[in-house]
Design a protein around this ligand. Structure first.
Ligand code: C5P
Length: 399
């Protein structure tokens, strides 16, 4: 897919710039020609000499370099690429690009290009979460810029962790392939449910569960990185939804089912949400109050619709591949197999959520994939990695 593609790599000034050396290798291994532009700040982290040695090309650093402008010029640099990749996309570069600044070569190229731009942000988690960066990110996404990452993880600064680590080189490669329209899931529509549901007791209270939405979010991002059009139906999760997917925010199981039905048809549907099995039947329209009698209110429950079973058993318009999750605390595989049969889905991703595993709300997952062919134990992996493997399997199954 990347063979003979021309990639213009704009390197920003952040500690993640060292990973870009590996990114260049990965892109070139796949046959892409890589030409690099470095900002002044980038050159504080890696040198044009090492970048040029890996791109095997001249490295462009200066908008006002007479020779460079004569030989190629920033307009040609911007136009001759099939794809522009900005890595690391610092908060500063994103801010400048979002507002059309063009005071140096990197920003001038971004303003002059009419080609697809892919950014791999990397910055301190507070900078990423700052409202200014949120605005710039949304603005760039609205302008058609694609994003990969950032991921959760440890920062270069000792003791800091959070969302802001640059995506790994191979993820950036996959996103570059997708941006060029060649991802393995290009043109496919996939629905992903994620997060917990909230079932109201009264206007201020609800029943919920400990799902963070991390696995579903990672999965939506991995499917997007393979080029899928993703509808992400999410309950009130504690991690932010990924960029570049269509987000449908819901609260209750019934709203989730309606959102899934509205999003059909799809080639595949993955039900990673932790949907409440029951809702409060006699939810109160006004806030329930103690009445002084010392008696606790009695809640009555009604069963929620089973979204996975409903979609699995659709007679017309069923997605070709329907995948459920099974969070179990004992006899994981046996229960998951039974669940697959009972609900009628194609695959079940089973995991052990006993508190001691730290999986619920944690960064890692140890799953068993149950398909029609049998059960496969996967090693304990980061949720992002589980997501990538599962996305690759989905792509292979859809052919
Ligand atoms: O039955 P259980 O809740 O363990 O099944 C888990 C699987 O079923 C998950 O994939 C979950 O998203 C899905 N599910 C659903 N609707 C429900 C309950 C579970 O889609 N009401």
């Amino acid at each position: 897919m990347l063979a003979d593609k021309r990639i213009l790599l704009i390197i920003g000034g952040g500690i993640a710039a060292y990973k870009v050396l590996d990114l260049i290798r990965r892109l070139r291994e796949r046959g892409a020609a890589v030409r690099a532009v470095m900002t002044a700040a980038a050159q504080e982290f890696v040198t044009p000499l090492s970048v040029g040695a890996l791109t095997a090309d001249h490295v462009f650093t200066d908008l006002f370099d007479r020779q460079d402008e004569q030989d190629v010029g920033h307009i040609r640099l911007a136009r001759e690429a099939d794809l522009i990749v900005v890595a690391p996309a610092t908060a500063d570069l994103m801010a400048k690009a979002a507002h059309g600044f063009a005071g140096d070569l990197a920003t001038a190229v971004l303003l002059a290009t009419d080609h697809k731009v892919l950014m791999a942000p990397a910055m301190n988690p507070r900078m990423w979460a700052h409202p200014a960066t949120r605005r710039n990110h949304a603005r760039l996404a609205a302008d058609g810029v694609a994003f990969v990452g950032p991921a959760m993880g440890e920062m270069a600064e000792a003791g800091e962790a959070g969302e802001g680590r640059m995506a790994e080189p191979l993820e950036i490669v996959a996103a570059a392939e997708a941006a060029l329209g060649g991802g393995a899931l290009a043109g496919r529509h996939v629905i992903v449910t994620s997060g917990p549901t909230h079932e109201p007791i009264d206007p201020v209270r609800y029943i919920a569960n400990r799902s963070s939405g991390a696995q579903g979010t990672a999965l939506a991002a991995a499917l997007r990185d393979l080029g899928a059009r993703v509808t992400f139906v999410t309950g009130p999760a504690s991690v932010p939804a990924p960029s570049g997917v269509e987000v449908v925010a819901v609260e209750t199981a019934r709203e989730m089912l309606a959102a899934v039905e509205a999003a059909l048809p799809a080639e595949a549907a993955v039900f990673a949400a932790a949907v409440a099995d029951w809702r409060v039947k006699n939810a109160s329209h006004s806030k329930m109050k103690k009445d002084g009698s010392g008696r606790a209110p009695a809640l009555e429950f009604a069963e929620n619709p089973d979204i996975l079973a409903t979609v699995s058993q659709m007679e017309a318009g069923r997605p070709r591949l329907v995948i459920g999750f099974a969070a179990e605390t004992d006899d994981v595989v046996a229960h998951a197999r039974a669940k697959r049969a009972r609900k009628g889905c194609d695959w079940i991703v089973a995991n052990d959520v006993r508190p001691a595993t730290g999986i619920m709300g944690g960064a890692e997952n140890a799953v068993t994939l149950i398909t029609g062919e049998g059960a496969e134990d996967w090693p304990r992996l980061a949720k992002d990695e589980v997501a990538r493997r599962l996305a690759a399997r989905i792509a292979a199954a859809l052919g």
